[in-house]
Design a binder for this molecule. Structure first.
Ligand SMILES: Nc1ncnc2c1ncn2[C@@H]1O[C@H](COP(=O)(O)OP(=O)(O)O)[C@@H](O)[C@H]1O
Ligand SMILES: [Mg+2]
Length: 242
């Protein structure tokens, strides 16, 4: 098999037999209890489940923020399951753009500097950082405001800046944790529409949510319950069972 053909076949994300067990005194909590999941480039997947079902645990593993107790995780063909913290930080910075519910923008940095941050960690020089960060702000319609500070923006605008920051390094995966959780429904809708557009442009998106009304905006839904997947399929099939 040629290298190109091999790359095409390989999923971007491959989780096999993932367990994450927390020990609370002598009690064990199986936060992820045998997760098998493959996600290909270009997909828009919602991971949905009630509070306590294991979403954040799974997101931390997919996002290379934590490693599983047991099982195998390959991201872009690289085995992440037992990487050191430094190796995790490197692959995270290179491959994943994070979008958080609370935006996580730094208040003392202007918008341009916020968006430049991951590029700084990636080691780009000042000129490249500025060019890429401005291009990214332009994609979310906020280029003109680059000198502004986060607290001068609305919640929806701040979330767009955090999306610009996630996009700046051209990551393989956008990982969004309850991206509309802090927004009113109209602004939340705008952010969702923007994520959909990014997916149509070819970006792979994994979105974590507790809300079925948000999950049905993705193209594929994975539902997690007590640390296990109990639905994985096309959004149309998911909507039909709600
Ligand atoms: N660091 C931790 N230590 C102990 N238990 C944890 C920890 N993190 C999560 N849990 C437990 O694991 C289960 C899944 O939690 P979590 O992944 O946060 O679910 P969700 O994000 O869907 O609400 C819950 O029972 C939670 O209490
Ligand atoms: Mg959670």
């Amino acid at each position: 098999m040629t290298e190109a053909a091999g790359k095409e076949k390989e999923p971007l994300i491959s989780l096999r037999g993932i367990h994450k067990i927390y020990y609370m005194g002598d009690e064990e909590v199986r936060a992820n209890d045998g997760i098998d999941l493959e996600i290909r480039e270009g997909e828009f997947v919602a991971i949905v489940g009630k509070s306590g079902s294991g979403k954040s645990t799974l997101m931390n593993i997919i996002g290379a923020l934590d490693v599983p107790t047991d099982g195998e995780y390959c991201l872009g063909g690289q085995d992440v399951s037992d990487m050191t913290d430094n190796e995790l930080a490197e692959i995270r910075n290179r491959m994943i753009g994070f979008v958080f519910q609370q935006y996580n923008l730094l208040p003392k940095l202007n918008l341009l500097e916020n968006v430049e941050l991951p590029l700084l960690y990636a080691g780009l020089d000042a000129k490249e950082r500025r060019e890429k960060a401005l291009a990214s702000l332009e994609r979310v319609g906020l280029k003109e405001k680059w000198r502004n500070y986060p607290n001068q923006l609305s919640g929806g605008q701040q979330q767009r800046v955090s999306i610009a920051r996630a996009l700046a390094g051209n990551p393989s995966l956008i990982l969004a944790d309850e991206p509309t959780g802090a927004l009113d429904s109209k602004t939340g809708r705008e952010v969702l529409d923007f994520l959909k557009k990014l997916n149509e442009d070819g970006n792979t998106i994994v979105m974590i949510t507790h809300d079925n009304a948000i999950a049905v905006e993705a193209r594929r839904v994975v539902r997690i319950h007590d640390g296990q997947i109990n639905f994985d399929g096309d959004v149309k099939d998911y909507a039909a069972i709600l």
